[in-house]
Design a protein around this ligand. Structure first.
Ligand code: GLP
Length: 249
């Protein structure tokens, strides 16, 4: 592993996907062992699957207990409820909360089915604040530079809200909604909300993300690449990337 820490972000470049998953799981485990009731936000997508498997393995082996952790979901398709198997919350329940023993009673789900989405989003922000803010936000990197579902066009000041998904993200969602209309909007925690976390971990794997990771970490801060605002987190940001994803840094 190559480690480079500076006054800015901490960058960990590891060999491959398995090493990225293990490093991210170790980081989550260290924090939740020290602070069992830590408030976490966690991502969906293919990137975190290995991290969730590694966390579940630690729980099975008895070296980690996540039963007191508090989790805020980052995003959900608008109009899709937490029990809908096509949704992101149900995906997290199946891939993380269940296998890792995080009780659903400690999971805050994005209020994506409420008619008044503006006040629902404001209440979600408020519940994060009341919980003392996020101790740790683990994020994946969307192929178009999104974080959570802050699509291109999202500013660094954005808060929890409903927004239109890009055609690319709609296409990515299509298989989960087979036989039903694919949602075209999502409710997501905002970039500013994520930037207030005590610690942010961005996990990135594969050559397909190399250009976008380079733009996010080394390029100009721009709403066209919402992940570029993570540069503002400075030392609070840890990037764990495998060699293929880090190739252009
Ligand atoms: C999804 C999620 C993000 C995730 C991203 C990357 O749409 N909303 O939270 O980080 O896409 O997905 P993947 O890891 O599959 O590349």
């Amino acid at each position: 592993m190559t480690s480079a820490s500076s006054e800015t972000m901490q960058l960990q470049i590891v060999a491959d996907y398995a090493a990225m998953s293990q490093a991210a799981a170790d980081l989550v485990a260290d924090l939740t062992t020290r602070e069992p009731q830590a408030t976490l936000a966690v991502p969906t997508g293919s990137t975190p699957v290995g991290m969730y498997q590694a966390l579940a393995a630690k729980v099975r082996q008895g070296t980690l207990n996540l039963s007191r952790a508090r989790v805020f979901c980052l995003d959900e398709y608008q109009g899709v409820g937490p029990e809908d198997p096509a949704g992101l919350t149900a995906w997290l329940a199946a891939n993380f909360f269940g296998p890792a023993g995080v009780p659903m009673s400690q999971v805050q789900t994005v209020p994506s089915t409420e008619a008044d989405h503006v006040s629902a989003a404001a209440r979600y922000e408020e519940s994060i604040r009341r919980a003392g803010g996020l101790r740790l936000a683990v994020l994946g990197l969307g192929g178009n530079g999104h974080i959570a579902f802050n699509e291109p066009g999202s500013t660094g000041e954005s808060r929890t809200r409903v927004l239109n998904l890009t055609p690319e993200s709609i296409a990515q969602a299509r298989s989960a909604f087979a036989g039903r209309p694919t949602p075209t909007q999502a409710m997501t925690v905002g970039v500013a909300t994520l930037l207030e976390a005590d610690r942010i971990v961005l996990i990135v794997s594969g050559a397909g993300k190399a250009d976008m990771l380079q733009r996010a970490l080394r390029g100009a801060q721009t709403a066209q690449v919402p992940a570029s605002f993570l540069q503002r987190a400075g030392r609070r940001l840890t990037v764990i990337a495998d060699r293929a994803a880090a190739a252009k840094l």
